[in-house]
Design a protein around this ligand. Structure first.
Ligand code: NI
Length: 256
């Protein structure tokens, strides 16, 4: 019924993968997509996908890891794309929050992976932190390479930014912060984005939704954020969750 479209099961904060997987299956989460942050975590995602039927994965280099994005790293990331359970390239993007960073290095890493995703016919999972202006510019300049779509993960921008993202044909994914008590402007965004362009995720182990804020997040909590969003949209939770899962399966078309 539910799909966690962005999680990091490979993270050391979630050591007991068997328990984490059992817990989300019990709560009605049918599938999760493990996001790669570098070659090593992308390979780990593949291993998890081979072990657990409900796990899919994305391959890619996170902007905060872009300094290590060399030919060898890219070769490994690229080699995973043809795997039957590799459903996206991600997470890729820009991050001006974690310092120090080099904008040129991040642009190169991001744009090369947009090209790569387009060449292997996969959607992209986009990370954007404190870089909205440059992000929109790069996406607009590369619009012709976004044929397979993508998603702005853990969206935290304004209604205006959401409108720009939708114009590019990209989905918008909501994570735990939607449920936070100080998330006033995000509520307007959530109401604004059409249901068919909405996804939900956990980005676990980070960003646990209210009332679990501050604890180690895990995929089962995607049920909390999805129910919160259903409520905002005035929708019945089960129907809404199924509708969002269908959105995910359409975008991440390699999912079964
Ligand atoms: Ni992430």
């Amino acid at each position: 019924m539910y799909i966690d479209t962005h999680c990091h099961l490979h993270d050391a904060k979630l050591p007991d993968t068997d328990a984490v997987v059992s817990a989300y299956l019990k709560d009605g989460v049918e599938a999760v997509i493990n996001m790669g942050c570098c070659a090593q975590t992308s390979v780990r995602g593949k291993e998890l996908a081979e072990k657990y039927p409900s796990v899919y994965f994305a391959t890619g280099c996170h902007p905060s890891d872009s300094a290590g994005f060399d030919q060898k790293e890219f070769d490994i990331i690229r080699s995973l794309a043809s795997h039957e359970k590799c459903v996206a390239v991600g997470e890729i993007g820009l991050d001006y929050y974690w310092k120090p960073f080099d904008k040129e290095v991040q642009y190169k890493c991001f744009i090369e992976q947009i090209d790569f995703a387009n060449s292997v016919k996969l959607p992209i999972c986009i990370h954007n932190r404190d870089a909205t202006g440059d992000m929109l510019k790069i996406l607009k300049d590369n619009k012709h390479k976004l044929c397979y779509g993508g998603v702005m993960h853990c969206f935290s921008g304004s209604v205006e930014t959401a409108a720009e993202v939708l114009k590019l044909g990209l989905h918008i994914s909501f994570a735990g912060p939607l449920t936070f008590k100080n998330a006033r402007s995000l509520l307007d965004v959530a109401k604004f984005v059409p249901e068919e362009m909405c996804l939900t995720e956990t980005d676990c182990p980070y960003l646990a939704p209210h009332p679990f804020r501050g604890t180690v997040n895990q995929p089962k909590n995607v049920t909390v954020t999805t129910a919160f969003l259903a409520n905002l949209k005035g929708r019945e939770v089960t129907d809404f969750a199924t509708s969002l899962s269908n959105n995910a399966k359409k975008l991440f078309y390699k999912m079964k």
